[in-house]
Structures are given as structure tokens and as C-alpha cells.
Design a protein around this ligand. Structure first.
Ligand SMILES: Cc1cc2nc3c(=O)[nH]c(=O)nc-3n(C[C@H](O)[C@H](O)[C@H](O)COP(=O)(O)OP(=O)(O)OC[C@H]3O[C@@H](n4cnc5c(N)ncnc54)[C@H](O)[C@@H]3O)c2cc1C
Ligand code: SF4
Ligand code: SF4
Length: 1017
């Protein structure tokens, strides 16, 4: 066991093969415009998807254009590199390892996000393969269109990935699959051939097949296979709404055999035939009228058996969730948005829910359909038929979107199960004819029950697709074996009911079932097609099939799993770091949506390392490598919390830092780089379904990292801000003059790495609040109950107290105006800046001191309120984690949490817009609604504006290294709202956000309480 006072250097054996290195170097020399990433961290970031598998690629290429892709294939076709293989990758949301490879990843998701052409009249759009499905729909919406195939991962899955898995989801009976909407594809084959594919007369395809080129070879083979084996194909391919990936031989010919469309083979090919670079897609008008009927059942079986009845009511889609998923949703942030549409039925137990959607161009037509269904539901309720216990309907488009968001979050929510057994994907997309679904599921449940497994179920009952993720602990060899057993059994079971195990998400590592499913004749034809496209098996090898002459193997469900690595981390460490180790890779944190808080660093860099998933993955590997070196990370942390720093240790850290500056490699530096990009905004902690909380493990990592490497001066400045600010605030004018002095600003920038240092408030808070009764615990303890009830105690934070004292003054004035007695508590450091920088020993002490003080004050029984959410929330989260029971049970409310319960004087005035702080609204999802209610109570209108991160996040925006990203984040989400020509003034709840607006716009917006005060006055 390694018990050195500092962590060791990590040099994992991950050297690149010389040919890969040479390839990357030459690619660079040839003017490759995108990025070529070979670091261990970059490779690890794409070593997983949402599946249970893990494969470390050799390199990651991130092209910017078609030309870049051709540069790759041109070079790869040189003799020296013809053995190199590639796997295209988009959002990496595959559930069965589709995009995983040990070769070279070709990731189009970072740069190839261009929407190239749109023709509303002809209803089509041309896009690059890296465009995200929701990004496309946001572009189309103002024109009244959308890209119809839906999938749960729509905010991060790419068009290239959707094409290559032939994705579909909710509403597929009406809206179809991706392949139904592909008009043309541009695909680059491994040999560099550019294939433009679209429907054409068969005669033209025959003409092309005569060409002595790779294109001719491909047309020739696909024509031959699909023509000669048409009878076998029609007999073999199941008559399902869903398609089986690889390759859609059935639809290459139109039903009348007059048209030929090669795109049909490429859609669903899982990147095994070529790289899809561009797609021309059909777009669909957005239905003007929508209604969602939520039908509630006494059992999940009732919900399943009732689905055909709902489909028969001419519904656009019918989605289902079982009681387990409902239960998890109830405990998630998302429930706040949907609970009023899925209310419990008094005296009944809701065990299943069907969500029935009606869409129509015509309101009358839709109302008629809804009325018909309602009449039949009423009848069922009256007679107690079908297990229906109630229903609710809504026409509100926003509400419908939120209910679907809950349904889309189901997978993540299931992953949040406690304990080592986690729901995992391997049988998660079975499809059977809808009329067989209920019986199939009952038998499926028996199978899982017979193994004593727990699971949750949800899915598209109208299409016979059900998502089932049995909970297994793959670190346990017996359970890993069970996964294989169940896989085999489910393949048999789906076959028995006329369906497929891979009904929606593609095959990936389940490709081994291909030969059995297709039979020898058709599987041989698939292999011939693969050989025509990719004779050397260079594109996503092992997936779907291998070329006919190849002796290489298919991937298998027994492939290398993430658990192989995870189980090398000691259980105690894994449990202690569950904020990182439990990430299930569903990629919700890749959310592209610019006005959503989830994860600003991921959005602004488009670099997977800088996402919660990327950081969690790096942390896992770091913990594994530490264990391999014999380091007991937990014991090491304990030592750091108790030991004093010796001069020897300081000296050694300086030496190590010098070695780092000289370029000495250590995997810890790569992890540190990823952690440095985190804004510590905590959006992940609130919005990740698994509650992956990056700031919590980031702080622990930084503490450990700096046991080996010296800290930069900036860390001490930030970590010490609560100690220095009270002193500086004694001479605010002098300090401000100093900060404004060019030499000081230069020194702060270049020596400390800190820019745009905020100025202390003049006059100071002390001067502003002289008129109020000072805090005196002994004196206040002697007050009678009535007097105490009038007290409102203000818990100070360093930011508002010293840099925005006018806000504290206004808050106290408002409280006084409402007839209370506002009292400013003495400033006691909170510790958040220490926590952010990983000074955990110091943070523990600060938390202890603050808690002792706040516990004493709490005895007064008067409300304690704080003004800055990011600091107040530390009392509720980090204090509990650090101090446990020793924290005590005082409560510090945010101002709005206190205000919502008070009567407010009526005011008359203009309407306002609210931009809420991301940390606050992700931790306290009711924040915006509460402020709206408060304003309503005062007779004022407050409209909520959806915004992401402002780019400031405490001190992040002041650090020199973050200037570009901080500005880019502001421009991404805030700038347009702040600069909008809108008469309603902006109100901003976060100190950081107000500072950021001031920095870039010159004027500081008000906090909502300040607007209230002004109106009431
Ligand atoms: C929580 C969750 C819910 C899901 N729900 C659905 C659902 O409702 N419906 C559904 O259909 N799927 C669903 N999926 C599966 C997955 O999201 C889809 O398969 C999606 O289409 C994958 O897109 P991607 O961009 O993430 O592709 P990736 O995962 O990156 O890649 C998927 C496959 O496409 C290939 N590929 C990617 N880009 C290209 C390209 N440019 N050229 C050639 N090949 C390429 C890859 O090699 C790989 O084989 C879900 C997954 C998760 C995690
Ligand atoms: S961090 Fe959370 S949202 Fe992101 S992939 Fe992991 S579990 Fe999913
Ligand atoms: S704290 Fe914010 S920036 Fe950091 S990983 Fe979480 S969401 Fe991303």
C-alpha cells in the first residue's frame, strides 16, 4: 500500500501504435482542418456510450468538412495505412456499443453541425451529419416544420447517428422512421469513393451497376441481392413498424419494383458501410392542434392490454410507463413540471400510465377524436373495465412537451436505482407486433422474475416496442453471465412472438445474433453487400457483419465491459465516489440546448471531456489507476484533512510542478485540465437523472492533485476571498483606487490570472445599515415570542455584502417595509470559494465554525435568510456531506423562500422579465414559479425567460484562462435577452449573473426584490 504524503504520478501503458501516430502526423501535415486527438483523456471520452461496453480507441479525428473526411480516406488508402480501421461517431448515445471501437474514431458531432439548405416549398432540408435532432427542429419550427422521427435522445443524438441506426420513437405509426424521411445521402466509403444516393428508376441503377468503379460494384451487388432473394427477404423480414438494422434489403426496391434507393441500405448500417457526411431530409408540417390524454391504470398489464383500444381511437401515438418509472419521476426535479397533469386518483393506486396523443391540422377534427375517446373512457370508468382508474387531458403544448420530457428521462431515472445492481441496456428495445405485446411482456416479466431481477418498463405500445432494463451488477461475474443467459432467452422469446430483440436501437455488440436471425442465405448476402462497400472491413469492424471473404470476428455480447475496469476500483472508493462512478452514460448532459443550464462547459467547448459524463469517466479511470498503484484514495484524503503541510512537502510539490512545466507526463494533468473547465455551476447535480455531481468529486480531486503539485497563486486568492474581503471592505475607496490602478490590474492579470476584479461597494454595508438594530444574541434571546416573530436575520455572504451592499440594504428595507425587524448577522465565512478550489481541510473548518454560529442563532427561532443562492445552497449540500450529523439542523432560506409566505403590499406597475441563476433553478426547480407567485401576490406581472449559464459562475468568469469561454457563454444565451428591445425590465437573481451583465453591458440589472421594493415604495 502506497502511503506517501502525495499521490503518485500516473503513467498508464496506453502508448499509441507507431503507425497510428504516423498516420495522425501525416494527416496534420496534409492540412487536416479539424482536430486530431490522441491524449488518453480524449480517447477515454469516447471509449463508452450508453451501453455496458468499453473500448479504448487509438485516436479521435474530429473533421470540420467533407474535405477533411476525404483527407482521412485519401491518406488511409496509402499502402502503409490500409490496415487502419475507423468507426464513425455522432452523439455517442448508442445503447449497445454501436460507435465503440479499438481503432480510430471519426467523430462528426463537434464540428459538422451545419444546416446547409432549406426549401420550405418543397419541404426538405440538407444538413451535415453532426446536426443534432433538436437543433434541426429548433431551426425548422419558425417555418412551421419539424423532422418527424423522434427519439428520446433528441437533444444530443445526431442526424448521422439517427440515419445509421434508423432511429424512431414516439409517434412512429404516423411519423415513421428516419429512413422514411431520408431523401438523399452523401456517404464517403473507406476507399474515398463519394456515394450520392437517392431514389432512382431501376434502369438508372442498372446503368450505374455497369460502371467499373466501386460505385458500380456496390450497385451491382445490392441490385443482385435484392432482386434474386426478394422472396426470402419478404418472408424473413418481420412485418413490424420497426426495422432491423443492417441492411434494409426489403425497401431498396419500391413495392412496384420500379424504383431503387441505395440510401435504404445505408440507413441502419451502423457506420459499417461508410461515413454519412450529409443528408437531405424530408420535413413535416407541425400539426396545429395537439391534445394529450393521460390514462391511468390499476396495473401495468391493464395499461398494456388497453393500448390497442387507444390506438383504435385514431391516436397519433400511445406511450406507456409503469409504476416503477412513475415512482422515480415523482422524486425527480421533472415532477414539478408535470404533476398537475398526472394527479393521483383518490383511493386508487396508479400502477400504469398511457399517454395518448392526438394531432390534427383541424381543431374540430381533433376535438371529435378526443370526445370519442373521452366517451369511451367514461364508459370504462363507470363499469370498472380495463383497469382504467382515471384520465386527464391537456391541450397546452408546453405541458405536453414537459410530460414527454419526463418520459424521455425515464432511462436516466431508472439508472438512479440504489445499490450495485443498476438497470442496464441489452434487452431494452424489444419489438413485437402490438397485438402480441401484452402476452409477450407478461412472459418477459416471468423470465426476469425467475432470475429475481428488478426492472422498470416504458415504451411505445402503439408500435409494440418496450424498453426494459433489468438491474444487474456486471462487476459480479455470475451476473455478467446472467446477462448472456437473458440475452439468449430474450432473442428466443421475441422470435416466439414474431418480433426482434433489437427493435429500435440497433445491434452493436448484439451483432452476433445476426447469422442466426437472418439465416445462412440472407446473412451471406449481407456479407456480400458489406464486401462491395468495404472489402477490407475497415468501417466499424465487427458490427452487423464482416465482408464475405473476411475471417475477422463479429463483436459479441460477451465483449469487454465497462465493469471490467470498474471492478478494479475498491468498493469503498467506488461507493464514496458514487457521484462519478454511477454515471450510466446516457448523455443527457450533452444537451445542445443553448437556453438550458445543463452543462455550460460542454456546450461551449463541444468537447466530451468537458461534460459531466467526460469528467465522471476520467475520474473513474483515475481512481482505477490510483488503486493499481496501491493508493488508498480514501485514507489519503483523510491524511490530507488532518496533516499539516511540511516544508519538505512544499519543496517536493515545487519540484513536481517544475517537472510538469518541463512537459513530464502524468495522467492526473489530463484529469485536472478537464476539471479546470468546470464552472462548478452544479447544473449536473440537479439535472442529471443519476445526480452525477461534478463539483463534489472535482473538489476532492483538486485536493488530491495538489498534494503532489503546487497550487497557482489564483487558488489562494479565490480560496481566501472570505478572509480578505472583510478587511478590504474597511477601506473600500482606497482598495478600489488600487484595483483601478493600471499596474495593479496588470499584476492581477499576469501574476494572479485574475481580470475585471469587481469593486467594493461604497458606502460599505456597515455604513448603509447603521439605522438597523445590531445583532446581539444575548439581547435577542431575552425577547418575547411576539418580538422574535418579527425578526428576520440576514445571513451574509461575501459577494453581496462586500460587492453589492445596495442589494442587502434593499432587502432589509423591503423587510422593514413589511413590518418586520431586519437584522444583519455578523459576517461568518461560508467556505464555498474554498470548496470550489478544493481546499477541503479549510472548508471543513469553515463549515464547522459557520454551523456552530448558525446553530446558536437558530435557537432564536427566527427565520434566517440569505441572498445568494450558490452560497446558501452550500449550507444544505456540501455542509451535510462534510459535517454529517455535526452540521446540526438550522435552516437558511433564500429570500424568495421566505417571501413567498408573507403578505405583500399591493403595487401597480409594469411587467418584468426574470432570468434566474442556473445553480438555483436546477437545485430548486420551483424558484421561477415562486418568484412569479410573489410578484402576482403584489399585483405585478413577471415573465420567466429560459436562459442557460451566464458564463460568470462565481469567480470562473474572472479567471484569465476562461475569458473566451466566459464571453462565449454570455453571447450564447444571455446577450440576446439582455439586449432585446423589450420594455419589461430584466430582473436577475444571481450575483454572478448581474456582475456578468454589468461587465459586458455596462449596467447592472436589479434583483427581483429590488424591483418589488421600488414598486411598493
Ligand atoms: C436514454 C436513451 C434513449 C434512447 N431512445 C431512443 C429512441 O427513442 N429511439 C431510438 O431510435 N433510439 C434511441 N436511443 C438510441 C440512440 O440514441 C440512437 O440510436 C441514436 O440514433 C444514436 O445517435 P448518435 O448521434 O448518438 O449516434 P452514435 O451513438 O454516435 O452512433 C450510433 C451508430 O451510428 C453510427 N454513426 C454515427 N454517425 C455516423 C455517420 N456520420 N456516418 C456513419 N455512421 C454513423 C455509429 O458508428 C454507430 O454505429 C436511445 C438511447 C439512449 C441512451
Ligand atoms: S453525467 Fe448524468 S446525464 Fe451525463 S451521461 Fe452521466 S448519467 Fe447521463
Ligand atoms: S458543474 Fe456545471 S460546468 Fe461543471 S460539469 Fe456540472 S454542469 Fe458542467
Amino acid at each position: 500500500m502506497n502511503d506517501s504524503p502525495m499521490i503518485p504520478k500516473l503513467s498508464p501503458d496506453i502508448a499509441l501504435a507507431p503507425d497510428v501516430l504516423a498516420f495522425c502526423q501525416q494527416l496534420f501535415n496534409r492540412g487536416f482542418d479539424g482536430e486530431i486527438e490522441t491524449s488518453y483523456a480524449a480517447r477515454l471520452a469516447v471509449a463508452t456510450d450508453n451501453s455496458v461496453y468499453q473500448a479504448l480507441p487509438q485516436a479521435v479525428l474530429l473533421p470540420k468538412s467533407m474535405e477533411d473526411i476525404q483527407r482521412i480516406t485519401d491518406l488511409a488508402n496509402q499502402q502503409a495505412y490500409q490496415h487502419l480501421k475507423f468507426a464513425p461517431r455522432g452523439g455517442g448515445t448508442g445503447t449497445n456499443g454501436q460507435a465503440l471501437t479499438e481503432h480510430i474514431v471519426l467523430d462528426v458531432s463537434r464540428h459538422m453541425r451545419g444546416i446547409l439548405e432549406f426549401n420550405a416549398k418543397e419541404r426538405w432540408v440538407r444538413v451535415q451529419a453532426g446536426v443534432i435532432k433538436d437543433q434541426l427542429n429548433a431551426f425548422l419550427a419558425p417555418h412551421g416544420f419539424f423532422f418527424a422521427p423522434d427519439l428520446s435522445t433528441s437533444n444530443r443524438a445526431t442526424i448521422g447517428g439517427m440515419v445509421s441506426t434508423d432511429a424512431s420513437g414516439q409517434g412512429s405509426l404516423v411519423y415513421g422512421k428516419t429512413s422514411d424521411h431520408v431523401l438523399e445521402l452523401t456517404t464517403v466509403l473507406a476507399d474515398g469513393t463519394v456515394l450520392q444516393t437517392k431514389p432512382m428508376p431501376v434502369s438508372l441503377a442498372e446503368q450505374l451497376a455497369q460502371e467499373p468503379t466501386p460505385t458500380g460494384r456496390v450497385y451491382q451487388q445490392v441490385l443482385t441481392t435484392c432482386r434474386e432473394y426478394r422472396a426470402e427477404i419478404l418472408a424473413k423480414f418481420p412485418r413490424l413498424n420497426r426495422f432491423l438494422t443492417g441492411y434494409d434489403l426489403e425497401h431498396v426496391f419500391s413495392d412496384d419494383l420500379q424504383q431503387f434507393d441505395l440510401s435504404r441500405v445505408i440507413t441502419g448500417a451502423e457506420g459499417s458501410l461508410g461515413i454519412v457526411v450529409e443528408a437531405k431530409l424530408n420535413v413535416t408540417p407541425i400539426a396545429k392542434y395537439k391534445c394529450l390524454v393521460n390514462v391511468k391504470y390499476d396495473s401495468f398489464e391493464s395499461a398494456l392490454r388497453n393500448a390497442p383500444f387507444l390506438v383504435a381511437a385514431n391516436a397519433t401515438s400511445v406511450e406507456t410507463v409503469d409504476s416503477k418509472v412513475l415512482g422515480l419521476a415523482r422524486n425527480d426535479i421533472i415532477w414539478h413540471q408535470v404533476k398537475q397533469f398526472i394527479e393521483d386518483v383518490p383511493g386508487k393506486d396508479m400502477q400504469g400510465l398511457n399517454m395518448v396523443e392526438f394531432n390534427d391540422e383541424d381543431d374540430v377534427g381533433m376535438q371529435q377524436k378526443v370526445a370519442n375517446l373521452e366517451a369511451r373512457l367514461q364508459e370504462a370508468l363507470a363499469t370498472g373495465q380495463s383497469g382504467i382508474i382515471g384520465y386527464q387531458l391537456t391541450y397546452d403544448t408546453q405541458a405536453i412537451l414537459q410530460i414527454y420530457a419526463m418520459r424521455k428521462k425515464s432511462v436516466g431515472l431508472l439508472g438512479n436505482a440504489k445499490g450495485a445492481q443498476k438497470p442496464i441496456p441489452f434487452t431494452e428495445d424489444t419489438a413485437v407486433p402490438p397485438e402480441n405485446l401484452a402476452d409477450f411482456i407478461m412472459e418477459f416479466r416471468q423470465l426476469l422474475d425467475s432470475h429475481g431481477l428488478s426492472y422498470g418498463m416504458f415504451g411505445h405500445v402503439d408500435a409494440g416496442v418496450l424498453h426494459v432494463r433489468p438491474a444487474l451488477d456486471l462487476c459480479d461475474p455470475a451476473q455478467e453471465q446472467l446477462m448472456r443467459t437473458i440475452s439468449d432467452q430474450v432473442v428466443q422469446l421475441t422470435a416466439k412472438y414474431g418480433g426482434l430483440m433489437w427493435g429500435e436501437h440497433g445491434k452493436g455488440y448484439r451483432s452476433e445474433y445476426g447469422p442466426e436471425f437472418f439465416g445462412e442465405t440472407l446473412f451471406t448476402e449481407l456479407r456480400k453487400i458489406k464486401a462491395a462497400f468495404d472489402p477490407l472491413n475497415r468501417m466499424n469492424p465487427g458490427k452487423i457483419c464482416t465482408p464475405l471473404q473476411s475471417t475477422e470476428a463479429l463483436v459479441s455480447v460477451d465483449g469487454q465491459k465497462r465493469a471490467f475496469f470498474d471492478k478494479q476500483i475498491p468498493v469503498a472508493v467506488k461507493t464514496s465516489y458514487d457521484a462519478a462512478t454511477s454515471c450510466n452514460g446516457n448523455g443527457l448532459c450533452f444537451n445542445y440546448e443553448e437556453n438550458s443550464p445543463m452543462c455550460p462547459s460542454s456546450k461551449v467547448t463541444k468537447d466530451r471531456r468537458h461534460s459531466p459524463k467526460g469528467r465522471a469517466g476520467l475520474m473513474r479511470e483515475w481512481l482505477r489507476l490510483m488503486s493499481q498503484q496501491g493508493v488508498d484514495v480514501l485514507a489519503h484524503e483523510q491524511r490530507l484533512l488532518s496533516e499539516r503541510n511540511s516544508i519538505g512537502a512544499w519543496w517536493q510539490r515545487l519540484q513536481n510542478s517544475r517537472a510538469k512545466a518541463r512537459g513530464e507526463q502524468d495522467f492526473s494533468h489530463e484529469v485536472k485540465e478537464a476539471m479546470d473547465g468546470c464552472l462548478a455551476c452544479k447544473a449536473c447535480a440537479g439535472q442529471c437523472p443519476i445526480k452525477v455531481d461534478v463539483p463534489s468529486f472535482r473538489a476532492r480531486f483538486l485536493q488530491l492533485y495538489h498534494s503532489r503539485y503546487a497550487r497557482p497563486l489564483k487558488d489562494y486568492v479565490v480560496g481566501g476571498i472570505e478572509a480578505t474581503a472583510p478587511w478590504l471592505a474597511k477601506f473600500p475607496r482606497f482598495v478600489n483606487a488600487g484595483v483601478r490602478f493600471p499596474l495593479t490590474a496588470w499584476l492581477l492579470k499576469h501574476a494572479v490570472g485574475y481580470v475585471d476584479t469587481p469593486l467594493l461597494t461604497v458606502p460599505s454595508l456597515q455604513q448603509r445599515t447603521r439605522g438597523y438594530q445590531p445583532f446581539d444574541l444575548i439581547q435577542f434571546s431575552a425577547l418575547d415570542a411576539a418580538e422574535r416573530q418579527k425578526l428576520v436575520l440576514f445571513v451574509q455572504d461575501p459577494f453581496t455584502s462586500y460587492y453589492e451592499a445596495d442589494l442587502v440594504e434593499d432587502a432589509m428595507a423591503l423587510v422593514a417595509k413589511m413590518g418586520f425587524n431586519p437584522v444583519l448577522l455578523p459576517f461568518v465565512p461560508n467556505g464555498k470559494p474554498q470548496h470550489v478550489k478544493g481546499f477541503l481541510k479549510e472548508f471543513a473548518q469553515t463549515a464547522k465554525t459557520a454551523s456552530e454560529f448558525l446553530n446558536d442563532v437558530a435557537k432564536l427561532g427566527a427565520p434566517m435568510v440569505g441572498l445568494d443562492a450558490s452560497l446558501v445552497l452550500v449550507y444544505r449540500d456540501e455542509y451535510v456531506k462534510t459535517l454529517g450529523g455535526a452540521r446540526g439542523n438550522y435552516q437558511v432560506s433564500l429570500f424568495h423562500e421566505w417571501l413567498q409566505h408573507q403578505a405583500l403590499p399591493q403595487a401597480k406597475g409594469q411587467g418584468y422579465r426574470l432570468l434566474a441563476h442556473c445553480t438555483e433553478k436546477t437545485a430548486l426547480p420551483a424558484t421561477e414559479k415562486t418568484w412569479q407567485q410573489i410578484f402576482k401576490n403584489a399585483g405585478l406581472q413577471l415573465d420567466v425567460v429560459a436562459v442557460g449559464c451566464c458564463g460568470m459562475a462565481g469567480t470562473y468568469g474572472h479567471e484569465l484562462q476562461n475569458q473566451v469561454t466566459s464571453r462565449a457563454l454570455y453571447d450564447m444565451s444571455w446577450q440576446s435577452h439582455v439586449q432585446a428591445n423589450d420594455a419589461r425590465p430584466l430582473l436577475v437573481t444571481g450575483f454572478s449573473c448581474r456582475s456578468q451583465v454589468k461587465r459586458y453591458e455596462g449596467a447592472k440589472p436589479l434583483h427581483p426584490l429590488q424591483a418589488l421594493l421600488r414598486q411598493i415604495s
